[in-house]
Design a binder for this molecule. Structure first.
Ligand code: AKG
Length: 259
């Protein structure tokens, strides 16, 4: 397998201290140029249907940029660069190789213990035509159907993501207050105003290949892409292998073992 990971060494202690305090931490540029090239091409291949589908989840984006206009449950709808999300990317050997890289292993095991599983591995795409606003949210709560809260997501920019491309924005330290609502997910507007989140947020502009740790409870959002170029990122949620799925309507999920 080609080397996806850059070779610069990193001292993790300050990164993990930032993560604990702020709910996010920058790891710098970690994916090699070769890795970027491969994963971008693979993202295109998947969206354009150039490869057999191993059973990925697809969600087409809106034309309006409005979150309320998103449609769910429609799956793959033919070749398009305008898919907003591709999930289950652990089924793709290149994305799997990236999410299993030794740096991520070190971080995940330091934070979660030796045995680590995957909740999700998602390509988040804002096509050159704009994409959609992703409102303030937390990635956890009852909606996720887990017996404990997930805490670690590792986000990798596959393209440059300056603020005007719809970079991820965070409200630093907001994870320390836990879930804003028991359900989790999108944060109700009155709470957003009460926290002056729109005024106090920090945009995490990133260059292609940069990696950012995101605590699931840190309030985060991303706006539309005004650059005319795609803004793709790969986001992976890791959990302790002790985590159990609590959903009842369907058979409980068995989580994919990563490390
Ligand atoms: O990349 C984005 O626009 C959003 C990322 C995000 O919400 C996540 O990784 O949980």
């Amino acid at each position: 397998m080609t080397t996806l990971l850059g070779d610069a060494a990193i001292d993790l202690a300050p990164v993990l201290a930032d993560f604990a305090r702020d709910g996010y931490a920058r790891l710098g540029r970690r994916m090699s140029d070769e890795g970027l090239e491969l994963l971008r091409r693979r993202a295109d291949d998947r969206m354009l249907g150039r490869l057999p589908d191993p059973g990925l989840f697809f969600q087409l984006d809106t034309e309006s940029g409005s979150y309320g206009d998103l449609k769910f449950g429609q799956g793959y709808q033919g070749p398009s660069h305008n898919y907003r999300k591709l999930e289950k990317l652990e089924k793709d050997e290149l994305f799997l190789a990236w999410l299993r890289n030794p740096l991520f292993q070190q971080i995940a095991q330091a934070l979660l213990g030796e045995r680590v599983v995957l909740y999700r591995a998602v390509l988040m795409n804002k096509a050159g035509t704009g994409g959609t606003v992703l409102p303030w949210h937390q990635d956890g709560g009852k909606f996720w159907g887990l017996d404990r809260e997930p805490t670690l997501q590792i986000w990798t920019a596959l393209d440059d993501a300056p603020t005007e491309a719809g970079a991820v924005e965070v409200l630093p330290g907001s994870h320390l207050a836990g879930l804003a609502t028991p359900l989790g997910g999108v944060i109700p507007e009155p709470l957003v105003h009460a926290q002056s989140a729109n005024e106090r947020c920090i945009p995490l502009a990133a260059r292609a290949g940069e990696v950012i740790l995101l605590h699931n409870h840190v309030w985060h959002r991303s706006l539309v892409n005004r650059t005319g170029k795609p803004r793709r990122a790969f986001s992976v949620c890791y959990m302790s292998a002790d985590t159990r799925c609590t959903r009842r309507k369907r058979a409980p999920r068995e989580f994919f073992r990563v490390f």
